[in-house]
Ligand binder design. Structure first.
Ligand code: ZN
Length: 117
């Protein structure tokens, strides 16, 4: 289950960022994940629930994930198109000469923290 590794990586960044900001706890995190990263949402949520407890800073943090459709540009005709994980062929000219411009991201969009007061 590669979601464990992904969540672990995200939590590393989240806790480091929160500590640098002087947070006492992380309330919520918004992520954007491309479909090409092949993340299973249920596994991801499960991994989050397990791993967030490793650090008191994130023990109660909730996560929200925006899953992004992959997008490619056709090298033959220049068309930009959205697709799923398996259909990479250009819908306009049928070319397979396409390259991915979005869909592999794994970004922390925003996070809500509480300061030590
Ligand atoms: Zn094309």
């Amino acid at each position: 289950m590669h979601e464990l590794g992904l969540v672990s990586g995200v939590l590393d960044v989240v806790t480091r960022t929160a500590r640098e900001a002087g947070a006492s706890r992380v309330v919520s995190v918004l992520l954007r994940i491309g479909d090409m990263a092949e993340v299973n949402p249920e596994s991801f949520d499960f991994a989050w629930d397990v791993l967030r407890e490793d650090d008191p800073l994130t023990a109660e943090a909730t996560v929200e994930v925006e899953y992004v459709h992959p997008r490619s540009v056709c090298s033959a005709c220049g068309e930009t198109f959205e697709h799923d994980r398996f259909h990479l062929r250009c819908p306009v000219c049928g070319s397979r000469e396409t390259h991915l411009v979005a869909g592999r991201e794994m970004d922390i969009v925003s996070m809500e923290i509480e300061d030590e007061t």
